[in-house]
Design a protein around this ligand. Sequence first.
Ligand code: ADP
Ligand code: MG
Length: 399
Amino acid sequence: METDLYTNMNIIDQLATTYREKFGYAPTHIARAPGRVNLLGEHVDYNNGFVLPAAIDRATYVAFSPTNARHSMLWALDLNQQVSFSVETLASKTQANSSPLPEWALYPAGVMNVLHEEQLSLLNMTAVFSSNVPQGSGLSSSASIEMAFMIAWQMLGGWTLPPMKRALLGQRAENQYVGVNCGIMDQFASACGVENKLLLLDCRSLEWKTVPLPENVSIVIADTTVRRKLTSGEYNKRRSACEEAVRLLQQDLPNIKSLRDVGVEEFNGLAKKLPKEIEKRARHVVEEIGRSNQAEALLEAGDIQNFGRLMNECHVSLRDLYEVSCPELNVMVNIAQSLDGCCGARLTGAGFGGCTVNLVAKEKAESFAQALAKGYEAETGLHPEIYISHASNGAGLLK
Ligand code: ADP
Ligand code: MG
């Protein structure tokens, strides 16, 4: 169950082999960019709050070389599809043969597009890429693709951007080119990850620091295998509700710019003025920012029990106030919280399906994963995927 170097070596070997078959020579470079898991601070990045993600040991890998051809040619190994595009075709979101770019290609093309907008030197590449970050499951496969191609184009262009700048450009690519209104957390964690550390990011100032994760706990990720459709519509509705809450609260608190600026006590005093649904959404955000403010001190003190309690509270809040959970996520979390060694469990990512994140005593992690899989399968009839993960380094070149 552990995602170890062996699994990742398989991907890298397969990429290099496929690359050689397609292009007749070995790739000159390999870039890697991880997915991420968020431990605390959910649905607060777009409210200027604090988030606590870690880059994980699952990643997107890109085997690539520069080419003199007029287009970049990208092969998505997992989909068995190929596209070619260049700076000349970016504006129309089409390929060299004028057919539209498929959805998956908007991520790398979006990265090329922002780099072009930034007037950075861009060379075309031939590339094969593959990922073991599951898609649409809350572990940010999209940001890992963006950050991996950002590293690849940086290498070929001969310039260097700081990791946070690469994250911001990746977010801009996803917002403007792909058309997904994501916050900064995913690209940040993929770009800035640090081995064995959690990352505490202030989404307003973009200041961040590492926070220790005690050595005797494991991060266990459990994929419900459920993927909900139409989640972007729900996501946008949550964002609008937060904006509406700020607008209404500004009548009493004219200086606030986002829910980040409202304390829990202050919110309690004004909550009854808000329509019920807006109040619930805003209460999640205000209280979740309050929880994430406690995280650093608890983790520095090694108080994993109380940190885990905050994770459990976060799940209740996402389920009952923000209403982004689903029955399968609730089953996975309920079983996890009843198991020996579990310090905290909650849904992670945007919700409506996907994964839960669990902090588990290291010596219990294997038995926890097995019991969780068994219990979930018995209750839902679904076969979950459970990974014992650990915090990894951010995006970079392997070769
Ligand atoms: P996530 O939470 O995983 O980031 P998104 O919906 O933001 O989910 O991004 C998923 C999209 O990213 C997929 O629909 C696909 O277009 C692209 N993608 C993810 N993984 C791969 C892959 N291995 N190969 C090609 N495209 C991928
Ligand atoms: Mg994504």
